[in-house]
Design a binder for this molecule. Structure first.
Ligand code: GAF
Length: 414
C-alpha cells in the first residue's frame, strides 16, 4: 500500500509539494509531471459493485500524488522501466519489465505497496492489454522515475490502493501519448488488483477515483459502467470519520461475502443479485439463512442508492441521512461486515447535533464511517462526537470534512 501523511510538522504541506520535494531529493533534478489521484468515500451502495449493482461514491480532497519524469534520456537510470520512491518507505518500487511477448515469463511479484505499481505496469505491458488500450498499442511502456506522497490514510477504506493504481496507470499512459477512457483505466487497475495483488474486488474504488467530479457524488451502475453525476447540496458537509481501527484478514471475509452473494444469485436463478428488485416470496425456502440475509441486504442497498441520489438532487438531506442509517443497519445485521468501532462511530455521529445520518463506508470491519452533517453545525457536531466516540471505544477518531473533487489527473510542471 502507498505511504500516507508524513510526520506532524509536514502534515500542513500539500502532498503535491511533498512529492515534488521528494523527487528532487531522490533524483537530484526536477520532475516534469505531477499526477494527482483522489481517495473516495462511498455514501451508499456497499458490496453492490460485484453484484452488478449501484453505488454512490464521492472522490474526496485527500490525495495521493506522484511527481515524475521520463528516464529514456538518462543513460544512468539503469534498467528499471519504472522506479518510484515513497515518503513512507525507504525501499522504492522498482519495475523492470521485459518487452511484452507471449513467451516471456512474468516478473516475480513484489510485496507491499510496490505490488500495486507492478501490477498496473504488468497489465499495461501484457500482450492483449495493450490492444485493449487501443491507442497505446505498440507504444510500450516509457521508462520513468517518480516520487510518491499521500494524505490518504492506509487500510481505512478510503481506497488508497485504487488511488495508487490509477496514478500509475495515468502516468504510464500519458507518457505513452495515450488518453484511454476512464472506464478502461478503471478496468485495467481492477485487473491489476484482481490478478496481480490477489484481491477479488469490484470496480467501485477505481471508477470513483478516476471518475471524480468536483461538487458531485457519482451514481455508478456497475453493470453498464455508466457514471451519473449527482450534485451535493451546498449546505451539506460530507464528514469522513476515521475510527482509528484497522483489521487483518479482511480479504478472506470479502471473498466469503462475494461467494455468498453468488450462491444466492444462483439459487434464485438470476445472473446477479442486481437483477432482483425484491426477494421472491419463496426465497426463504430456496436460500440458506446466510445467503438470504446477504441477498436481502444487496437488493435493499441497490434501491437505497437511487433513493439517496434522488434525495440529494432535490436537496433533501434529512431523507438522504435516514437512508444512510438504514444502510448501516442492513450492512451490520444482514451483511455482517460492520465492526465495534464502526458501530460506535455511527451511534455517536447520529446522536451529535447537525447529523442527518451516518454509516460505515468501504469494505467493512474497520476503518471509516461517513456522516452527512449540516455545514452550519459542524463545530457543534465535532464537539459532541469526539468525546462520545472516545467514551464508547477508548479511541480517538480523526474527522475529515471533505469536498468532492475531480478524478485522477496529470499536469505538466514546466
Ligand atoms: C472494497 C472493494 F474494493 C470494492 O470493490 C467494494 O466492493 C467495497 O469494498 C465494498 O463496497 O472497497
Amino acid at each position: 500500500r502507498p505511504g500516507s501523511a508524513a510526520g506532524p510538522g509536514e502534515r500542513a504541506v500539500p502532498a503535491a509539494v511533498r512529492a515534488v520535494r521528494a523527487f528532487v531529493a531522490a533524483y537530484g533534478r526536477e520532475p516534469t509531471l505531477l499526477v494527482r489521484s483522489p481517495a473516495r468515500v462511498n455514501l451508499i451502495g456497499e458490496h453492490t459493485d460485484y453484484n452488478d449493482g449501484l453505488c454512490l461514491p464521492v472522490a474526496i480532497d485527500r490525495e495521493l500524488c506522484i511527481a515524475l519524469r521520463r528516464t529514456d534520456d538518462v543513460p544512468t537510470a539503469g534498467d528499471a522501466t519504472l522506479r518510484l520512491v515513497s515518503e513512507q518507505d525507504p525501499a522504492p518500487a522498482v519495475v523492470g519489465l521485459p518487452p511484452p511477448a507471449a513467451d516471456t515469463p512474468p516478473p516475480a511479484r513484489a510485496t507491499g505497496w510496490a505490488r500495486y505499481v507492478q501490477g498496473v505496469a504488468v497489465q499495461l505491458a501484457a500482450t492483449g492489454e495493450l490492444a485493449a488500450i487501443g491507442e497505446l498499442a505498440g507504444a510500450g511502456l516509457v521508462p520513468w522515475q517518480g516520487a510518491l506522497a499521500s494524505d490518504i490514510p492506509l487500510g481505512a477504506g478510503l481506497s488508497s490502493s485504487a488511488a495508487l493504481e490509477l496514478a500509475v496507470a495515468v502516468a504510464c499512459t500519458h507518457l505513452a501519448g495515450s488518453v484511454p477512457a476512464p472506464t478502461e483505466l478503471a478496468r485495467l487497475a481492477q485487473r491489476a488488483e484482481n490478478t496481480w495483488v490477489g484481491a477479488a474486488t469490484g470496480l467501485l474504488d477505481q471508477l470513483a477515483c478516476v471518475g471524480g467530479i468536483a461538487g458531485h457524488a457519482l451514481r455508478i451502475d456497475c453493470r453498464t459502467l455508466t457514471i451519473t453525476p449527482v450534485p451535493l447540496p451546498a449546505g451539506l458537509a460530507v464528514v469522513v470519520i476515521d475510527t482509528g481501527s484497522r483489521r487483518e484478514l479482511v480479504t478472506s471475509a470479502y471473498a466469503d461475502r462475494r461467494a455468498e452473494c453468488e450462491r444466492a444469485a444462483r439459487a434464485l436463478a438470476v445472473p446477479a443479485l442486481r437483477d432482483l428488485e425484491a426477494l421472491p416470496a419463496d426465497a426463504a425456502s430456496r436460500l440458506d439463512p446466510v445467503a438470504l440475509r446477504r441477498a436481502r441486504f444487496v437488493i435493499a442497498e441497490n434501491a437505497r442508492v437511487d433513493a439517496v441520489a434522488e434525495a440529494l438532487a432535490r436537496g433533501d438531506a434529512e431523507a438522504a441521512g435516514r437512508l444512510l442509517l438504514a444502510g448501516h443497519r442492513g450492512i451490520r445485521d444482514d451483511f455482517e461486515v460492520s465492526g465495534p468501532e464502526l458501530d460506535a462511530a455511527v451511534a455517536a455521529a447520529q446522536a451529535a447535533p447537525g447529523c442527518f445520518g451516518a454509516r460505515m463506508t468501504g469494505g467493512g470491519f474497520a476503518g471509516c464511517a461517513v456522516a452527512l452533517v449540516d455545514r452550519t453545525r459542524l463545530d457543534a457536531f465535532t464537539a459532541a462526537f469526539e468525546p462520545a466516540y472516545s467514551a464508547r471505544t477508548g479511541r480517538e477518531a480523526v474527522l475529515h470534512v471533505c469536498s468532492a473533487v475531480a478524478g485522477t489527473s496529470v499536469t505538466a510542471l514546466r
